[in-house]
Design a protein around this ligand. Structure first.
Ligand SMILES: [Zn+2]
Length: 350
């Protein structure tokens, strides 16, 4: 089937990929076949395109990109009970070993055996159809569009990050970084009960988008002012209860404790390819709690419930939509990282 293939670093093509037809011919008893509708372009997809690797995951053979997906069920396995042909769905891209120790402990996202779409050697889903386990495929409420449903994957990271931070109603939050993950984290923090969330970045356009999402989001351009000074000035010198690091920049991460209140929590979201410095003294005097997240575990139903109720609105984050035939151009644009674009999506022909 015609797929968007990363042939090697810097080289994409839209072409037939016979191997995937063979692999996906057989439908297991507890699997569904999905006709894909909308696929979001993730920073990780772009990174594989521009760098050919993410940490230990190296693209050594042609790989189909894409992991933020929604679509329609077109066939179900013999033992499938919760989904039917015609159901609109979104799909969780990481499949753990159901019998692994991590899965039995409820932390399947850190199962070393997890197979995650568009992470070598596993293919992604920028292709017409895919086969996926029923257990990791979620039916969409009527009020949730295919485009919103394809946002559930990045949103799940923000919801998991808010959950790990244990937000309480009225907390003051800080999200460092106004990229797509920073913005879904800010929305999740507000949905979890934060009274207001300071969102930082260096790009004014990104901060404008952040501020447009909610009157409770306070943009802070850290190229022009000092985050800690601003937060302390507006919290009677106390600081923020929760800080999320979503830049992946070692310099930003080095300052995570500065705006944090005593007894507060820092959650590290941004990936760091190399070891970074950590101000243990600043953490100590605050008795700071530090959390780390890796993707998410069983968050998709919560995301769908919040999109359906309006508790979270991701529509303003979807800034550009491309046709599948224009996928290569879409990735070229995404690789330029224009500050006015948050999430770009690709729609497949139906
Ligand atoms: Zn993603």
């Amino acid at each position: 089937m015609k797929s968007l293939v990363l042939e090697q670093k810097h080289e994409l093509s839209l072409r037939d990929f016979p191997q995937i037809d063979r692999e996906e011919e057989v439908l297991g008893p507890r699997e569904v076949r999905i006709k894909l509708h909308t696929v979001g372009i993730c920073g990780s997809d772009v990174h594989y395109y521009t760098h050919g690797r993410i940490g230990p995951f190296v693209v050594t053979e042609p790989m189909i990109l894409g992991h933020e997906a929604s679509g329609t069920v077109i066939e179900i396995g013999d033992e499938v009970t919760t989904l039917a042909v015609g159901d609109r769905v979104c799909a969780e891209p990481g499949i753990p070993d159901p019998n692994s120790r991590a899965t039995r402990l409820g932390i399947y996202n850190v199962d070393p055996a997890v197979r995650f779409w568009a992470t070598p050697p596993v293919h992604g889903i920028l292709r017409p159809t895919c086969v996926h386990p029923e257990a990791f495929t979620f039916k969409l409420p009527d009020a949730v569009s295919f485009a919103e449903a394809a946002m559930v994957e990045p949103l799940a990271v923000g919801v998991h990050a808010a959950t790990k931070a244990r937000v309480k109603p009225g907390d003051i939050g800080v999200v460092m970084g106004a990229g797509p993950i920073g913005l879904v984290t800010a929305l999740s923090a507000l949905a979890a009960g934060c009274a207001r969330v300071y969102v930082t970045d260096l790009a004014e356009k990104k901060l404008e988008i952040a501020a447009s999402l909610s009157p409770a989001i306070v943009p802070v351009n850290v190229g022009r002012e000092t985050l800690a000074e601003r937060v302390l000035a507006e919290t009677d010198g106390w600081g923020a209860d929760v800080v999320w690091e979503a830049t992946g920049s070692p310099k930003a991460a080095a300052g995570v404790f500065e705006p944090l209140a005593p007894g507060g929590c820092v959650t590290l979201i941004g990936g760091q390819p190399d070891p970074i410095s950590y101000d243990a003294g600043a953490a100590m005097v605050r008795e700071a709690r530090v959390e780390n997240i890796f993707r998410y575990a069983h968050v998709f139903p919560r995301c769908l419930a919040m999109l359906a109720s309006g508790a979270i609105d991701v529509k303003p984050l979807i800034t550009r939509t491309f046709a599948f035939d224009d996928s290569v151009a879409a990735f070229e644009r995404a690789a330029e990282a224009p500050p006015e674009d948050v999430k770009m999506q690709i729609e497949l022909p139906q």
